[in-house]
Design a protein around this ligand. Structure first.
Ligand code: AMP
Length: 397
């Protein structure tokens, strides 16, 4: 039995999972953990295995040292990495641009190409490159595979991937809708027909990936025909700290009248907006508390959040010519009954009706939450991006 090590490297953190790609759901996860606050005076690294979480606090000078510390932690809990029969390493890469439309075996040239795409994902791709370099040194004898968040959307129709600006400019600078969270949208939209025992080639689906980052996709007969994220993961829904859709003129206005620099506006939209701006926290549990307390700011934020989702449900129903299944997934989609309820409330005329009992609580296994008389099936299907990445990496073994 071979295992796959999955790495998601950020600028100051590395998330990792060791996965058995032949098992399903949580059974597939052998170990999971995080190296956090790399480069800070005090950092933290963790490993969770068999329900037990081991945590260490230490200065972690760089990504290389962080991964070495994780290796020691594996040995400490009796999971010596050398004995885990790791057959591949899968790397989550946010931006594949026009260069990568499928999982790709990593060599020096691929690393260079991922780095060259950094202008399209300045917060992500440079950090991925560091993670790849470090992991290739630590595990040199197995294939390393890059799995791109954008790949699922590489063949979006011209009508939805094109921004109506002069096309010479668009082509010269690689400006198009690339989408993101593709691994999750693909995984969930493949699970749905299997779970419902329906033919995927006739199914019209809307997938709502609602996590700290959030996106929605419209899928017709297996293929995505539209998605809410754009050139970068900033477009679309209201997110934890990102504003989602906004008139581009707000940028010009802030630069001209508030004297902000382009980096300041970038920071404002990516890091200080969304739920953080509306309720002071990017954690939806905080919103749940505010709603329970009937806090007016919380109720207002809730309306803003769910109205944007409804906007996309309506738009994608029109683009698909109707919808058969709407699926909620990711941290908020799986855990917040308020958001699922609010996002579908009042859509009975469109054939969408939830069953309050089925919708109640945190949902950890796939479940239908629509009522018997709902024309559209509404589901919750927990996503598992790491498992999807591991399975794609395994194809190169
Ligand atoms: P993800 O990016 O998929 O890991 O999702 C993270 C988001 O899920 C954060 O905004 C969390 O606050 C949210 N979340 C996690 N647990 C809950 C919960 N019990 N109720 C509401 N939101 C939750």
């Amino acid at each position: 039995m071979g295992t796959v090590f999955v790495i998601n490297s950020g600028s100051s953190s590395i998330k990792y999972q060791m996965v058995n790609p032949r098992l399903e759901g949580d059974d597939a996860i052998i170990a999971t953990g995080l190296v956090d606050q790399i480069g800070q005076p005090i950092g933290k690294y963790t490993l969770q295995h068999d329900g037990v979480k081991t945590e260490r606090i230490a200065e972690i000078p760089d990504h290389a040292e962080g991964l070495r510390m994780v290796e020691d932690l594996f040995t400490e809990v009796g999971l010596d990495l050398d004995e885990q029969n790791i057959v591949a390493v899968g790397h989550r890469i946010v931006q594949g641009g026009n260069v990568f439309d499928k999982p790709t075996l990593i060599d020096d040239k691929v690393v260079e190409q991922i780095d060259e795409l950094s202008s399209l994902a300045p917060l992500h791709n440079p950090a991925h490159v560091i993670g790849i370099k470090v992991a290739r040194k630590l595990m040199p004898n197995v294939p390393h595979v890059a799995v791109f968040d954008t790949a699922f959307f590489a063949d979006l129709p011209t009508a939805t991937r094109t921004y109506p600006i002069p096309q010479e400019v668009a082509e010269k600078y690689g400006i198009r809708r690339y989408g993101a969270h593709g691994t999750s949208h693909e995984y969930v939209s493949q699970q749905v027909p299997e779970l419902l025992n329906r033919d995927p080639d006739t199914l019209r689906q809307i997938v709502l990936h609602l996590g700290n980052g959030a996106s929605v996709s419209a899928i017709k007969c297996r293929k995505p025909i539209d998605t809410s994220m754009g050139l970068t993961p900033l477009q679309g829904l209201v997110m934890g700290t990102r504003c989602g859709d906004i008139d581009p003129s707000v940028v010009f206005h802030l630069m001209r009248t508030a004297g902000m620099t382009v980096d300041e506006v970038d920071h404002l939209f990516n890091r200080e907006s969304g739920m953080k701006a509306l309720i002071g926290s990017n954690d939806m549990r905080h919103l749940d508390e505010m709603i329970k307390a009937r806090d007016p700011r919380g109720l207002e934020a809730f309306k803003i959040y769910v109205t944007r989702i409804k906007h996309y449900i309506g738009a994608y129903m029109a683009e698909l010519g109707g919808v058969d299944v709407i699926t909620f997934t990711a941290g908020i989609g799986e855990n917040s009954e308020w958001i699922r309820e609010g996002a579908t409330d009042g859509l009975g005329e469109l054939g969408i009706k939830l069953d309050p009992e089925r919708n109640a609580g945190h949902i950890t296994e796939p479940r239908i939450i629509s009522s018997e008389d709902s024309k559209v099936i509404v589901m919750v299907v927990p996503t598992n991006e790491e498992l999807a990445i591991a399975r794609q990496a395994l194809e190169f073994v």
